[in-house]
Ligand binder design. Structure first.
Ligand code: SF4
Length: 411
């Protein structure tokens, strides 16, 4: 890249993404204002397809948590949740979101037509962690609307029928209450169509991530954390699929022309764990200066659901949502990261040890060391947090990351 070009290439499809995300929020605000459509709050890997089939607009508190982190409002809001008994040690998405609720402060307030999208129903799936259930329970106490949940077993090695059947039954058991809350009859064909669209969406998102197999990679992890928005909040919706057609075309063009996300890519990292939302830009620039592209991550790959099958919607949803990385055993995780290291030609792995999310911090039980022994893959552990910036030391992280880049250069 010529010297006057920025260190990190700007994604040209960003405006199209802002438009599609803007339309999603406008629809929610409109529903909150008019009451014409019902609103379901759902945990990020909850059964959103079923909710959409009943005509609910789906709002994701975790997406709001990420917005609180990236807008850097989170750290100031967390103490309000701590003051009512929610520990600083638990999920900082939860504490920042509850803090936002208590103080009535949200980044959504800056969006056109903002009206807070109150829930008609709250739905969780414990496939991620206990925190999501506690989080929804807090709002259940406040709003007095129905709370529905799926309890998924954790640390699964192989996702067999023993695990899939009970989860599928729990999703199916939601049909009756959701029918009552929405005032609509269950339309099985509509549900199948939505699961089919979710499958298409997941394939498109996979196409975005797999573009990073190219050397140089046309996209980096930090961009992906932003551009995954539609894949998270618009599952089962055609307009999210249309957006990824635009992004994939841009990335394919870059690959054809040999244009990388960063100038002069020398090293390729895998990011394991949550993003540090308040530091995305700083990290993007720091790694670019070190000629290092963070090309792949567990986090962004968590929204690939290969098992969705419109012909068998309940069971395939149960399988897809029980297969995600966070629900799996360490032996599975080890093999998964091993495959990613090979697929994306990774030079080193960065493990983010997020203080308030042990569920997404995979450095605590010897996994990095085992992978290092098996594959000789160098690694670095960066202590920090997804949202609580009091747990992150920028200077220390920068020094350690720079030293790691030197180590990669010498290898
Ligand atoms: S997985 Fe981690 S970040 Fe996500 S809701 Fe649970 S504790 Fe919070």
């Amino acid at each position: 890249m010529p010297e006057d070009k920025p260190l990190v290439r700007k994604i040209e499809s960003a405006k199209a993404m802002r438009d599609v995300m803007g339309a999603y929020f406008t629809e929610l605000f409109e529903a909150a204002k008019t009451g014409e459509k019902k609103i379901a709050w759902c945990t990020s890997v909850g059964p959103s397809e079923l909710l959409t089939a009943f005509g609910f607009l789906v709002y994701f508190p975790e997406n709001h948590g990420a917005m609180l982190g990236s807008s850097r409002m989170a750290t100031d809001l967390i103490p309000s949740a701590n003051a009512i008994g929610y520990s600083p040690e638990i999920c900082s998405y939860l504490t920042s979101d509850v803090g936002s609720f208590i103080k009535g402060e949200t980044p959504m307030a800056k969006m056109p037509g903002f009206v807070f999208p109150k829930p008609d129903v709250l739905v969780y799936n414990t496939n991620q962690c206990r925190d999501v259930k506690e989080w929804m329970s807090y709002y259940h106490q406040h709003y007095k609307v129905p709370l529905l949940g799926i309890e998924t077993p954790r640390s699964i090695n192989e996702v067999t029928d023993v695990f899939i059947e009970p989860v599928a039954k729990q999703i199916e058991a939601m049909v009756e209450p959701l029918s009552k809350i929405s005032g609509r009859k269950f339309d099985y064909d509509k549900f199948k169509e939505i699961v089919g669209l979710s499958r298409k969406l997941t394939e498109k998102w996979k196409g975005v991530l797999e573009a990073a197999e190219a050397v140089p990679s046309p996209i980096n992890f930090f961009d992906c954390t932003i551009h995954m928005g539609p894949a998270v909040v618009m599952r089962g919706l055609q307009r999210a699929i249309d957006y990824y057609d635009i992004l994939v075309a841009e990335l394919k063009d870059c690959v054809k022309k040999g244009i990388g996300s960063i100038a002069d890519e020398k090293f390729r990292l895998y990011w394991e764990g949550m993003p540090i939302w308040g530091k995305l830009r700083e990290h993007s620039e720091l790694f670019a200066k070190l000629k290092t592209c963070v090309v792949a991550s567990t986090y962004c790959n968590s929204w690939i659901f290969d098992s969705f099958d419109a012909k068998d919607p309940f069971r395939s949803m149960a399988k897809a949502y029980s297969e995600i990385f966070i629900v799996r055993s360490d032996p599975f995780k080890e093999k998964y990261i091993q495959r990613m290291v090979e697929k994306y030609k990774i030079s080193g792995v960065l493990y983010h040890d997020a203080k308030t999310c042990p569920n997404n911090s995979n450095n605590r039980y010897g996994l990095p060391q085992r992978l290092m022994e098996k594959m000789g893959i160098p690694y670095i552990v960066v202590p920090g947090d997804l949202n609580d910036m009091r747990c992150y030391s920028e200077e220390q992280a920068k020094t350690n990351i720079e030293a790691f880049a030197e180590q990669l250069a010498e290898a």
